[in-house]
Design a protein around this ligand. Sequence first.
Ligand code: SAM
Length: 364
Amino acid sequence: MIEEFDGLRLVCDRERPDVVQGVTSAARTLAGLLVQRPVRTALDLGTGCGVLALTMARRAQHVVASDVNPRALEFGRRSAHLSGIANVEWRQGDWYAPVRGRRFELIACNPPYVVSPETRLLFRDGSDATAGVVRTAAEYLVAGGLAEFLINWVHEPDDWVTPLHDWIPPGCDALVVHHATMRPGQYAETWVPAGPDRDARMARWLEWYRDRDIKAIGAAFLLLRRREDDGAARLQALEASTAPTPRAGLHAERMLRGTDLASRGDEALRAAALAVVDGVRVEHGTRRRSGEWQPGQATLRVVPTVGVQAVVPADLLPMLWGLDGTRQLGAVLTDLPGENRAEGLALARRLVELGFVEAAADRS
Ligand SMILES: C[S@@+](CC[C@H](N)C(=O)[O-])C[C@H]1O[C@@H](n2cnc3c(N)ncnc32)[C@H](O)[C@@H]1O
């Protein structure tokens, strides 16, 4: 079969253990989350029909697409040919084995992340490998290079972050946007396909979860950035309130710039002329209480988005309206009563980190 996506033609096929899927919703999601910066070298790990490799090939000088499944590479080559793309090198092997010793500016990987007792489907099963693929990424990134993954993992119902600390390699900053957590029953409902043996398979999956005391499985987007040093890993954990949109990579990249600016300290932040970015939507309500109108807190969303939102308390809204890129933040903070300025500075830092506000100098 041939599927079309974003001007690409992708060759894929039907159900069989080494099926090469077409453009799944996960592939669309990660394609949207890819940063849009031009790069010299990119790697698509577990390329399947080649959708991420070919998406990156438009902004990369050279892309390596690897997969353990030889049919995937055959299909990827055909997809590239049909899409008129010639700068992809197709390599067969286990995860990073085909690119040992090489380094990339961008890595994309939508691994077989489904947590289950099954091992039949190459594209879906084998979630044990995901943590290793993330951890090893640091060895294959240039300084400043980025690696983007979709992941599923087992966690305690009230703490999705702790297990991920073990996944982030030294010398890397990680941004994790948590999109959902499912109980095992709901997860099995989602992943066990329809068919005459569905009830028996569901029962087997649930027993497997029970035996392992698995109570919750999370789903997230994970972005790694390789630093120059090999110091301790840093993890920024964020909760999503919506699904990521197409071109969410623009938001992700702004968040990286924002994290850099925010880490430079209070004085650098006060000295920056900050502006609310285009595409931000502010929703807030005012309600009547004790005979007076009381403005409520505002919720900020942006499009394109990785899915996060931000909240601005009502008494800090004057600062938000003042962030138009014409004045330094330090001057805008004086729009607030003295007792609110420290809180205003902390909020400005948060909005910069979350990519709702940026240095006017960075505006594209
Ligand atoms: C979920 S599919 C993703 C395919 C495609 N990148 C996409 O986003 O649609 C996972 C891919 O990983 C490949 N894969 C599974 N195990 C692998 C391994 N050990 N080494 C390399 N690739 C592997 C599968 O063959 C499959 O193509």
